[in-house]
Design a protein around this ligand. Structure first.
Ligand SMILES: N[C@@H](CCC(=O)N[C@@H](CS)C(=O)NCC(=O)O)C(=O)O
Ligand SMILES: [Fe+2]
Length: 230
């Protein structure tokens, strides 16, 4: 599978275009509405057929481009079944798989940042959304977030993948692009080095964070595939 990592500098969001080289079938994970023109041009230049736009969760900080991309490419929009989406074509659950040519995208439910979080696994890599970030993890203080769930999603589900698995995060606020499961198991300051669940919950409870600036419009907007934002 080929992977192109794309960045939205305003919200520090990564989007990922993946495609199967043989069939040119593609998926775009975590698109950003303001970047749709960039993404449409790239998809056309590469001669890809966009099959899916996929969300790692219902985002609170930016609005998805999934609805506009579906209008352009007639692709299917996939989100987790808990998302209360009124527009998705596919409601995903743990254990589901999507096909891109002969390649598979496996769905792993990894709640904790929200109750809609999916990590998407392909051969050798995982797109972890905001469940596992480079040296960090998503906050757990809104949208049914839960530190205990996040702890289990990371330490039981993600840390059981091979150490060499490349981790592509949903955001990075510090200049990193990707990491590996082995690196995060050793060095993640919140979850690595066999951190206990109690310690992790205390760390998350101790964070004092402002809500994302656009949360009031982003959450309902994303439940409408970014097409209605008020
Ligand atoms: N200042 C940002 C906040 C972004 C934010 O809260 N990001 C979430 C992901 S949606 C998070 O979990 N951040 C983790 C962190 O900042 O370490 C905004 O207003 O959008
Ligand atoms: Fe998020």
């Amino acid at each position: 599978m080929f992977i192109e990592q794309l960045f939205d500098a305003v919200t520090s969001t990564y989007s990922y275009l993946l495609w199967d080289e043989k069939t040119k079938h593609a998926a775009l994970i975590d698109s950003v509405k303001e970047q749709v023109e960039r993404d449409v041009t790239l998809i056309n230049q590469l001669g890809l057929t966009l099959k899916y736009t996929l969300e790692t969760h219902i985002h609170a900080d930016h609005i998805t481009g999934s609805g506009l991309l579906r209008d352009e490419f007639n692709c299917q929009v996939g989100v987790h079944k808990n998302s209360n989406s009124d527009c998705a074509d596919i409601l995903l659950s743990d254990g589901d798989a999507l096909k891109l040519g002969d390649e598979s995208i496996d769905i792993i439910y990894t709640p904790g940042h929200t109750d809609t979080d999916i990590s998407y696994r392909i051969d050798g890599a995982i797109f972890s959304g905001d469940t596992l970030l480079v040296n960090g993890c998503g906050r757990t203080d809104f949208q049914s977030g839960d530190a205990s769930s996040l702890y289990h999603s990371v330490t039981v589900k993600l840390f059981s993948l091979d150490d060499e698995t490349v981790v592509y995060p949903g955001h990075d606020y510090h200049g990193f692009t990707a990491t590996t499961i082995g690196r995060e198991k050793s060095f993640n300051p919140r979850l690595g080095n066999n951190r206990s669940e109690e310690e992790f919950i205390a760390i998350m409870d101790g964070l004092i964070l402002d809500p994302p600036a656009r949360i009031e419009i982003a959450v309902p907007g994303n439940q409408h595939c970014g097409l209605k934002t008020t």
